[in-house]
Design a protein around this ligand. Structure first.
Ligand SMILES: [Zn+2]
Length: 387
């Protein structure tokens, strides 16, 4: 490559421009920062160090001296709410709303913040009213999401369905949530002894989300409650094609329905068949108890050992040890009991259902997680946690 003399001028020129740009930038920042009061940085520093109380003190002082700054009032209102001082947050946002110079979008922001305050204070009707007024604004989607939360909390399922339908888009279809809301409506109808109404809601649930297992579980319960065991079995068996992991939820019900029709052996064979097709199903205990009751402890023990050989699991091991402990001769009782106790302690989590969204554990299965409010987030097998 040939060297050209003008390069000698080009390099210093580029460096010079960079130096100038940096100086201009720094000068600009310095000029801006001189406009901000010292207290602003003090408050910010407290906030960054999680000293919310101190930050509030500083900002209250600042807001008193700079009442013209609307952003500051918003920040302070937000801080009050975060600190749990809801009444102060409400007063702040109400005062802001009353300011005549507020631009349209600032007014909407103040309404939104006030609605959040009311929600945190548990004043859902007032929050609902304010969020409702934000329908045609830039905040409409966020407001509707909060409204959906309120309707669920208040068990206003019709309104929840409507809000979810308005919120649905390609990223979130709300299918399984809406189906769950219909299931909630069906459960309420059953409590009011309105089975026909309940059935309608359950059909709507399935139309919304054909994989809604809960709808078929309830449809089966409704039929069984009316003595229509064949229809009940049919409904529960549909779960296999929806999501076979939920079959254990219908296991005992299925056995009972077959028993009532005098087809006990068929019921047992059905569950044993499920276990051989899907060895991971959480229904070892149901089948074990069944075999023990109909064919005796020896047969149940033999079956369990065979199952464990085919599919070794911790849950199976605990069951096997429990069976051994129950049947142990007196001189070996202490030893088998200790083995069982230690294994049970080591596998305590196996008797709990886990929420895949937040990790909450419970002995009972929840369709709606009480900790994170997610729907159908509990895994259908006990002891399973999200990897
Ligand atoms: Zn959860």
């Amino acid at each position: 490559m040939e060297f050209e003399a003008w390069w000698l001028i080009l390099f210093p020129a580029v460096f010079g421009l960079g130096w100038l740009a940096a100086r201009v930038d720094i000068k600009h920042v310095l000029a801006d920062s001189r406009l901000l009061p010292r207290q602003y940085f003090e408050g910010l520093n407290h906030l960054l160090n999680d000293r919310t109380d101190k930050a509030v003190e500083v900002f209250v002082d600042l807001a008193r001296n700079h009442s013209e700054s609307i952003e500051l009032q918003f920040a302070l209102g937000h801080l009050f709410r975060r600190k749990g001082e809801i009444e102060r947050a409400i007063r702040m946002h109400q005062k802001l709303l009353g300011r005549p110079e507020l631009k349209q979008h600032e007014k909407h922001n103040a309404q939104y913040e006030l609605a959040l305050d009311f929600m945190k204070a548990g004043l859902f009707d007032r929050a609902e009213e304010l969020f409702g007024q934000l329908g045609e604004t830039d905040l409409s989607r966020a407001a509707r999401r909060h409204l959906l939360g309120i309707y669920q909390q208040e068990k206003e399922w019709h309104k929840a369905i409507e809000a979810a339908q308005q919120l649905r888009d390609t990223s979130h279809t709300y299918q399984h949530e809406i189906a769950e809301f219909y299931c909630e409506l069906a459960t309420a109808a059953i409590t009011r002894s309105q089975p026909a109404e309940a059935r309608q809601y359950l059909q709507q649930a399935l139309a919304e989300h054909r994989k809604c297992v809960r709808a078929n579980l309830i449809l089966g319960d409704l039929a069984a409650g009316e003595g229509q065991y064949e229809a009940a079995i049919e409904a529960w068996l549909r779960i296999e094609s929806q999501d076979h992991r939920f079959l254990p939820f219908a296991a005992r019900k299925l056995l009972d329905a077959y028993d009532r029709q005098g087809r006990a052996e068929e019921g047992t064979a059905l569950l044993r068949g499920f276990l051989s097709t899907y060895p991971e199903l959480d229904m070892l205990d149901v089948v074990y108890e069944r075999i023990a009751a109909t064919e005796g402890a020896e047969a149940a023990y033999g079956w369990l050992r065979e199952e464990l050989r085919r599919n070794p699991t911790q849950a199976g091991l605990v069951k096997l040890l429990a069976a051994q402990a129950a049947d142990a001769p007196p001189e070996r009782r202490a030893e088998t009991d200790t083995m069982l106790r230690l294994t049970q302690e080591a596998t305590r989590g196996l008797s709990m259902y886990h929420c895949a969204a937040c990790g909450f554990k419970a002995r009972q299965y929840f369709w709606h997680c009480p900790a994170c409010n997610e729907w159908e987030s509990f895994l259908p097998a006990r002891g399973q946690a999200k990897a």
